[in-house]
Each structure stands twice: as C-alpha cells, then as structure tokens.
Design a protein around this ligand. Structure first.
Ligand SMILES: Cc1cc2nc3c(=O)[nH]c(=O)nc-3n(C[C@H](O)[C@H](O)[C@H](O)COP(=O)(O)O)c2cc1C
Length: 176
C-alpha cells in the first residue's frame, strides 16, 4: 500500500550497502524450480544513463505507434526516460526456463518493496527494455550477450511530492 512509482529524485544517490540490501531482498523472491535465474546490473553513470535514454526513446515511440498509443510525453528532447534518477538496476536473466521472466518480475517487486521500506523511491522503466537489449548497448553496459534485460528499475531518494495513483477495486471473476 505504501509503494508508489516515484518520478522525481534528489541528486544524492543511495550508497553501495543500500543497493546491496535491495539486491538481497530481490534474491529472496520465489523462484520456479528454485532456478534463481536473475542477475543484476547497477548503472550509476549519469552520461551512460542519458545515452540509454536517448537510444530508448525512438525505439519506445515506435513500439507505442505499433499498438496505436500516443507518445507525446516521450517526444520532448529533454525528457529522460529514467526521470533523472541516479541509479538504474536492471534485472537480467538467460532465457533458460519457462518462468524466468516471472521470477525476475517477482524479484523486481521484492526489490521495490524493500526500497519503499527504506524510504527510497522506485519506478519500473519498461520503456528502456528494447534499448537495453540491443547488442551494442549490452556490450557498452556490460550485459553479457547471453543475458536478456528483463526488469529495469530506477531507485533513488524521492524529491518532492509523490503522485499517488488511484487503483481499481479487485475484479473478482469467480469465488466459488
Ligand atoms: C512493466 C512495467 C513497465 C513500466 N514502464 C514505465 C516506464 O517506462 N516509465 C514510467 O514512468 N513508469 C513505468 N511504469 C510504472 C507504471 O506507470 C506504474 O506502476 C503505474 O502507473 C501504477 O502506479 P504506481 O506504481 O504508483 O502504483 C511501468 C510499470 C510496469 C509494471
């Protein structure tokens, strides 16, 4: 109930121990057949994050157009898809088992809840996935070719008011 996507961050970035705590929380997620397929990339290089953002934008716009969705907010030259956060954690995995992606997303939620408990903000940045999986970007970032980037999450110290999004009530299809 306390977790919300945060899209405005202080300049100061979380320290190594804090990031390590988040990764520990992530690896305590449930995992199909106890595969623990996740692997992590931590990005805190501002210029590199900007570079990934710039490459991601046209790819994301193209993806939105394919499903007939508007992309006006992404078109702004100054728009940084990482919302100027100083830390991006990318949960990656080799495409091995059938539940690899599910495992990674569960690890992602664990990480975000742990961050929330520590007073940090997070936001999933799905719009970065295509860019992060481009061969040249993988090489630049340090993601081995055999791994896929699955869940990119920005992390940081929230700055300003957090927008709380209204949620629909659970849609119960059956309760027999
Ligand atoms: C798979 C996935 C991809 C997302 N991609 C983005 C994104 O690219 N940029 C962004 O600002 N938020 C992104 N979000 C965050 C959602 O917009 C957010 O979770 C949703 O609006 C509900 O708000 P809440 O997280 O505050 O509950 C993504 C969330 C998920 C689960």
């Amino acid at each position: 109930m306390a977790r919300h996507s945060v899209r405005a961050y202080a300049k100061e970035i979380p320290d190594r121990d804090t990031i390590q705590t988040l990764l520990e929380a992530a690896v305590h997620a449930p995992t199909a057949m106890h595969e623990e397929p996740w692997a992590f990339v931590v990005m805190q290089d501002e210029a590199l994050l900007r570079q990934v953002s710039d490459i991601a934008k046209p790819l994301f716009i193209a993806r939105l157009h394919r499903i007939h969705r508007s992309s006006s907010h992404v078109l702004d030259d100054n728009f940084n898809i990482f919302h100027d956060a100083g830390t991006l954690i990318v949960i990656c995995a080799k495409p091995s088992g059938i539940y690899v992606e599910a495992d990674c997303w569960l690890a992602a939620e664990n990480l975000m809840l742990a961050a929330c408990a520590l007073g940090l903000g997070t936001c999933v940045i799905g719009s970065a996935v295509d860019a992060l999986n481009r061969a040249d970007m993988k090489e630049l970032i340090g993601i081995p070719a055999e791994y896929n980037a699955i869940a990119p999450i920005i992390v940081g110290i929230p700055a300003g008011e957090i927008t709380i999004t209204a949620k629909k009530a659970p849609l119960i299809l059956a309760w027999k």
